[in-house]
Design a protein around this ligand. Sequence first.
Ligand SMILES: *Cc1c(COP(=O)(O)O)cnc(C)c1O
Length: 424
Amino acid sequence: MTTIYEIGRGAEFGAGDATLPRFPRSAKAEALIAQSDAHTAHNYHPLPVVIAEADGAWVTDVDGNRYLDMLAGYSALNFGHRNPVLLAAAREQLSRVTLTSRAFHHDQFGPFVAELAQLCGKEAALPMNSGAEAVETALKTARKWGYQVKGVPEDRAQIITCEGNFHGRTLSIVSFSTDPDARNEFGPFTPGFVSVPYGDAAAIEAAITSDTVAVLLEPIQGEAGVLVPPDGYLTAVREICTRRGVLMMADEIQSGLGRTGYTFACDHESVVPDLYILGKALGGGILPVSAVVADRDVLGVFKPGEHGSTFGGNPLACAVGRAVVGLLATGEYQARARVLGAHLHEALATLPKEMVRSVRGRGLWAGIDIDPALGTGREISERLMTRGVLAKDTHGSTIRMAPPLVVTAEELDWAVRQLHSAAG
Ligand SMILES: *Cc1c(COP(=O)(O)O)cnc(C)c1O
């Protein structure tokens, strides 16, 4: 009998249709999970799978079971696990120089910021490490710009944010989260933020005052359940920001770099924000690389000593980031996400109406609301895991699918069949 354990690229995907017990896990897997539980904070609730190896769209656990990765590190792995082009760039750089700090110049920095800015149609880029750091950098940029360029009185700057947002986990960022889990018992919070409903451009306009320096939004809200705003929303926000002299800052950390079928989710409306916030896939699934990208009149507000990061823009990060920019410059990944995204959404549309309440998303990105009577998102994710598919719930009974862009149409069909079985 063919078992799900043998399924992998090139194998027969249909063989996974039978439910096969993956449990109990091996003693080795159990011990590794117990060790994690005993020695770290319980700030995550991982699926009980212990990954040991990965390649392309597939991961292998410590017991040799293979799984199709339909989460892709929340879009940090857009180019697949261990993409050969990105690994080669990293290896090349590892053999030369990996870290200098920004106290000195190095030969990867200039090329990276120039190439990244060009990809974004902007003049300048400021590299950081994690996504949250890039968001913090954007907030600081907007405040400085407000005081220096717009002439907002000292300490009065306000930034408009959207309900249901996810921009990271630092104290200032959770200060404008509307998710109680992100905020409870973390106060007091940073002032200077106003929250408006997502997808409502008129609410943004109404919230703008002479102290408003920026609007910060996700062009598609990922953590909220892959919420796509109404058509014309981004265009309207762009027009309002231009007319009212406010910076439009697009957090494309999860939505950008190919995921939705274009380099940026803003491209769906041909909207260019004043500032892009990038992360996740910018590090090629190898290391954390983030950045804010804008024109010089915006990023030029910083003077030496006013902002920085020891690791931001390090040689290894820049070398990998350059290779990522190189992959995106060909347009191949964006085209793949467009074609395969249409395929995924067609396959999801065939699932029974009683099972799936709604499906949202763009490109290779889907938020799938399963009928809660069939199980919580967590339960369905666990059942999917036993069928060789790794996906993660967001809120309630919403399953997010965001595979690496190297996934194939057959693999997507197989994953949707597994979802059908897991929810049925
Ligand atoms: C993941 C994410 C962040 C935070 O990135 P980290 O690297 O986890 O700090 C910010 N914004 C969005 C939209 C994200 O998806």
